[in-house]
Design a protein around this ligand. Structure first.
Ligand code: FAQ
Length: 310
């Protein structure tokens, strides 16, 4: 049975009230939010790497400026989200430690390589498209700081999605080689994008509780379906073929039927065995180690300053 404090808390959630950092909350609620928000922050930071790979090779100055701005936005989102998680009583050092030791997850999608310029288009179109589908409902999350962070982040993600679709449009209206490059990118990013929404509902351990707490508003499968319904007409518009033989419009449901993602691959990727896990984590650990002298210098300066002013 729920204790009275927890019942009162659930009442606030049910009435649609926002929960703020200093207010009482069940330990499970705090832990779930720290897990989700910190993993979301890690995803933004690790998510800079696949696209960062193409900044020096963007085909025009304009594309380079746009890509630089997008990757910088992702850094901003990460920092914003770390701040939101810190309000729950975890330090940034602890969060980094969890990432670097492999205990904290980050989105499976960033463990795939970016092999061609079309991948930058596909990431903006599909990966940011999936991120928006997942994050728009998070704007209504019951935890105040997370919900407010999502409002700004979603605005920037919309720009990201449009820039990706714009790259795809350009390629699809281009030469045969460019169209092929776009098709190849769609084939490699389609299934991993569907996996971003998490395991099928039957295997989603956190969904029921997170939905009762209004941390999540929709199940993983509901959002995945919405994403498919939104994206297939966009692929048709680009004259690209979605690599799913089971994809079919279902008149009765007013939705697309589609095939099952390869869940073995998903679980391999989230347990550290995807194509780029080692490289991505290695890059983050190296950046952390390379920055040690800056952190040490700042701390020494702060200590000196504190001695002088006391
Ligand atoms: N990858 O019980 P559930 C972006 C884990 S967008 C890795 O269903 P939950 C923008 C899950 O953590 C990407 N792990 O879990 C951008 C749990 O393991 P745990 C980031 C996954 O939390 C675009 C276990 O599986 N967005 O960065 C994944 O209820 C372009 C069981 O799963 C967010 O993080 C996965 N795909 O639902 C940046 C959004 N799916 O923690 C750069 C916020 C599941 O017990 C470039 N997060 N797992 O060890 C969420 O909405 C939720 O956490 C879900 C998962 C929906 C991801």
């Amino acid at each position: 049975e729920m204790d009275p404090q927890e019942r009162a808390f659930q009442g606030r959630i049910d009435r649609g009230e926002k929960i703020e950092p200093k207010e009482w909350m069940p330990e499970g609620y705090r832990k779930t939010l720290i897990r989700q928000i910190s993993q979301h922050a890690h995803s933004e930071i690790v998510g800079q790497l696949p696209e960062g790979n193409w900044i020096t090779r963007a085909p025009t100055l304009e594309r380079k400026a746009i890509l630089l701005a997008k990757v910088q936005d992702e850094a901003g989102h990460g920092l914003y989200l770390y701040c939101a998680a810190e309000t729950l009583g975890i330090s940034r050092d602890e969060m980094f430690e969890q990432l670097h030791s492999g205990r904290a997850k980050y989105s499976s999608i960033f463990n795939y390589p970016t092999l061609s310029w079309a991948d930058i288009g596909a990431i903006g179109w599909l990966v940011d498209g999936a991120a928006i589908m997942n994050q728009v409902p998070l704007q209504r999350c019951s935890f105040g700081p997370y919900s407010r962070a999502m409002i700004r982040i979603c605005k920037e993600e919309s720009f990201h999605q449009r820039q990706g679709f714009d790259i795809m449009m350009k390629l699809c209206k281009g030469t045969e080689a460019q169209q092929k490059m776009a098709q190849d990118a769609l084939e490699r990013w389609w299934w991993p994008s569907l996996m971003m929404f998490g395991p099928a509902d039957g295997d989603s351990v956190h969904s029921a509780q997170s939905m009762a707490w209004k941390i999540k508003q929709d199940t993983n499968d509901e959002l995945r379906q919405k994403f498919v319904d939104q994206t297939v007409p966009q692929a048709d518009f680009l004259d690209l073929k979605v690599p799913d033989p089971d994809l079919k419009w279902n008149q009765e449901r007013g939705s697309y039927d589609f095939g099952e993602p390869d869940w073995d691959e998903f679980f391999q990727v989230i347990s550290g065995n995807g194509p780029c896990n080692e490289e991505r984590l290695g890059a983050r650990v190296k950046a952390w180690d390379d920055g040690a002298w800056v952190r040490e210098g700042l701390m020494a300066h702060a200590r000196k300053h504190a001695r002088r002013t006391t």
